[in-house]
Design a protein around this ligand. Structure first.
Ligand code: COA
Length: 340
């Protein structure tokens, strides 16, 4: 089965390299008949394909039958676009070979069509150019000084929102039922579950996010998924695996709380709490207590990975990191999420 099909509009630099691509309606697991129609109309062989479309090819797509899942309408609307059109078909989950293909994968994640880790993102950094994201759209860094001058000559102002390989998600996708206080803090490729609130201090990287209702005031690193009903306190950290971190993929279960300025280097289970300010790394030695608060054993935090109902704290009298039974799981403030 075909994994995805996207008809998008992109931006190229002056030497014809793609900088980015926007897909208004990416299709996940599109109908086989539709894919056949599209391939036949464009003369595309099977396999993963990226094809820039001219007006004649857009016209052929615009003639497709109405069951073509909106592709015909989209192609018709692209015909007089000032930006180049492109079609990407992902047949097999392999390393991407084009910038538009990577952008389609990032769209699938942010449209909640694919969960983090659900599609290969191998090799994406080599295909994502570092771009100046401006109020006039994406600009190649080599062309930026000229464009800045040109803007001033025209009596205009070019505002640079960021210089990055990833754009902010909301310039491409704004998922339903979500509040994002500072849009720059969520990268395209984030998966933000319905009911999530991301406060100004919250951050969500690509291939990471929340399953459902969550309060995010801390950082969700690449690859990290947060379960429903969990709360990431102000400035807290989840350890990523991209650079400098370990290779354990971190996750947070349901109804868990990572306190303000705390951090985790192990996956947490359900109904766990990490005390404000405590950073648990995989090798942290943890004194484990039973239900009656009697010391039982000392373990490394990695041995407690994914276990439910744990409360981690640093004993303020002796500095020892302790793990107790968590008797009060977090309850999110209903009123904060009711109006997303
Ligand atoms: C760890 C934490 C959950 C404990 O809170 P709690 O379960 O309400 O516990 P309490 O503060 O009522 O303390 C219970 C007992 O444990 C003791 N205790 C609490 N933290 C302790 C610590 N670090 N070391 C030693 N004893 C501690 C208390 O003194 C109290 O002792 P007592 O029974 O003798 O009175 C809480 O301190 C915390 O860090 N919450 C995170 C909140 C947060 O950051 N939210 C996000 C906001 S952005």
């Amino acid at each position: 089965m075909t994994i995805a099909l996207g008809l998008g509009l992109g931006t190229k630099n002056s030497t014809g390299d793609w900088l980015e691509t926007f897909y208004p309606k990416p299709l996940y697991q599109p109908d086989a008949a539709l894919v056949e129609q599209v391939r036949a109309a464009l003369g595309l062989a099977s396999g993963n394909s990226t094809l820039e479309l001219n007006n004649e090819q857009l016209d052929k797509l615009a003639q497709l039958s109405s069951q073509a899942s909106g592709i015909a309408e989209l192609a018709a609307s692209f015909q007089n676009s000032k930006r180049p059109a492109v079609i990407v078909i992902i047949e097999s989950d392999e390393t991407a070979t084009s910038t538009p293909e990577v952008y389609l994968k990032l769209h699938l994640l942010s449209h909640r069509l694919v969960k983090p880790h659900g599609i290969s993102l191998d090799g994406i950094f080599g295909l994502l150019p570092n771009v100046a994201w401006t109020n006039k759209g994406p600009i190649d860094l080599n062309e930026l000084p000229e464009q800045q001058l040109q803007a001033r000559l025209n009596g205009e102002w070019l505002e640079i929102k960021s210089v990055d390989k990833f754009p902010q998600m909301t310039d491409y996708v704004s998922p339903s039922g979500v509040r994002i206080a500072d849009a720059a803090r969520v990268r395209l490729g984030a998966y933000i579950g319905e009911g999530t609130t991301i406060m100004h201090e919250g951050f969500v990287n690509f291939n990471a996010g929340t399953e459902g209702t969550s309060m995010i005031e801390g950082r969700i690193s690449a690859g990290v998924m947060v379960g429903k009903g969990s709360d990431l306190g102000g400035g807290c950290s989840t350890m990523g695996t991209l650079s400098g971190g370990g290779n354990i993929v971190i996750a947070v279960g349901e109804n868990s709380l990572i306190g303000a300025n705390a951090g985790i280097g192990i996956p947490l289970g359900n109904r766990c709490t990490v005390e404000s300010g405590l950073y648990i790394t995989a090798g942290t030695k943890v004194a484990v207590f039973d239900n009656d608060n009697n010391p039982v054993e000392t373990l490394k935090a990695r041995d407690l990975a994914n276990k439910d109902d744990l409360l981690f704290r640093r004993n303020s009298s002796n500095g020892q990191v302790e793990c107790l039974t968590n008797k009060t799981a977090v309850e999110l403030n209903e009123a904060l999420h009711a109006n997303n």
